[in-house]
Design a protein around this ligand. Structure first.
Ligand SMILES: [Ca+2]
Ligand SMILES: [Ca+2]
Ligand SMILES: [Ca+2]
Length: 333
């Protein structure tokens, strides 16, 4: 008698008559059509199910394939064969996820099942999408803007790598003049920062140059460029405002009131700078308003020898103008 053909069928009721030989088969598929893992997860663990008849030994091949995620950059490709022993219903595939420093958004790859052995068929879910969410904000300045006083000495500008820091990364930085001038207001720098694995913060040290000039505030810029092993974050430029600390020469008070018999008016001039180690000069001059030079006071107008001179460490007070106690009105009465 001629042998009847046998059919492997999964979850099907096949009626081929009493002469037919129908055997159940295992159905193999992914547990879901899509999976999502964090970039820091280490591995994407994908479950493959075996449904229907679990009594036999079957196997299926699997392989990853690039989607927007690239093998070697975002994950490590795997392929192989899953063997289900008798009564085994679940197997897992582990795909290494690469935790990088690139800002890249969510990316995906696929895992594909193929070549079920005799006794098994593929189910509906043979192609799974594995999404990897990003955890990086890039390498960027910790703060901006910075504002420092002219006598601050050095400004420390923080650069942070916003990722989880498992891999080394480098980034270049350079200062550039805006209204501040390199060499006059600050000492510019161009260099490369190298982050070791696990290192999150690097500090750029920029010397600020103090002077004794009354000036407007001045600004320079620091810029990041050429990242390797990371992306640039949003804050890739920082500005530093140098706040002037010199008020300049000025009278201590805007007006003085003294009695006619005071002998002299002592008028204080402030040098208005934190630089007291050098000698600075300024001219002073009196001028009549309602008082008359020679009658009410002895003016020092145009007396260039009345320059204020400050030696090192001298007090910040100088300046006097004699007041004439002339008794003029008493004698004219
Ligand atoms: Ca990362
Ligand atoms: Ca990333
Ligand atoms: Ca100044």
């Amino acid at each position: 008698m001629k042998a009847k053909p046998c059919y492997w069928a999964a979850a099907l009721t096949v009626s081929l008559g009493t002469a037919a030989c129908v055997q159940a088969a295992s159905t193999i598929q992914f547990s879901a059509t899509s999976y999502t893992f964090a970039e820091s997860a280490g591995f994407a663990t994908i479950t493959v199910q075996r449904l229907s008849d679990p009594s036999t030994t079957v196997s299926v091949d699997y392989a990853t394939a690039d989607g927007t995620a690239t093998n070697g950059l975002k994950y490590t490709a795997v392929s192989g064969t899953l063997a289900f022993g008798a009564s085994e219903t679940n197997k897992t595939i582990e795909v290494p996820i690469l935790n990088n420093g690139f800002v890249e958004g969510t990316k995906f790859f696929r895992v594909i099942l193929s070549n079920p052995t005799v006794g098994a068929v593929l189910g509906a879910r043979t192609n799974a999408t594995v999404r990897i969410t990003d955890n990086d904000v890039g390498v960027q300045f910790q703060f901006s803007p910075y504002s420092v006083t002219e006598d601050t000495g050095t400004v420390l500008i923080g650069v942070v790598r916003g990722d989880d820091g498992m891999l080394p990364a480098t980034v270049d930085f350079a200062t550039a003049d805006l209204s501040a001038t390199n060499g006059l207001d600050y000492t510019g720098a161009t260099n490369r920062l190298s982050f070791a694995p696990q290192e999150r913060l690097k500090l750029i040290s920029v010397p600020i140059l103090n002077n004794s000039l009354k000036q407007p505030n001045r600004i320079f810029r620091v810029t990041l460029a050429n990242p390797e092993g990371a992306s640039l974050g949003f804050q890739k430029t920082a500005t530093v405002t140098i706040v002037d600390n010199d008020q300049g020469f000025q009278f201590e008070f805007a007006s003085y009131t003294i009695t006619e018999d005071a002998g002299a008016a002592l008028i204080t001039v402030l040098r208005g700078t934190d630089d007291t180690n050098s000698t600075v000069t300024v001219d002073v001059a009196t001028a009549d308003v309602t008082a008359t030079n020679g009658l009410d006071y002895s003016g020092i107008t145009n007396r260039t020898n009345q320059k204020l001179s400050r030696g090192p460490k001298q007090p910040d007070r100088w300046g006097r103008s004699r007041v004439a106690n002339n008794g003029h009105h008493h004698h004219c009465g």
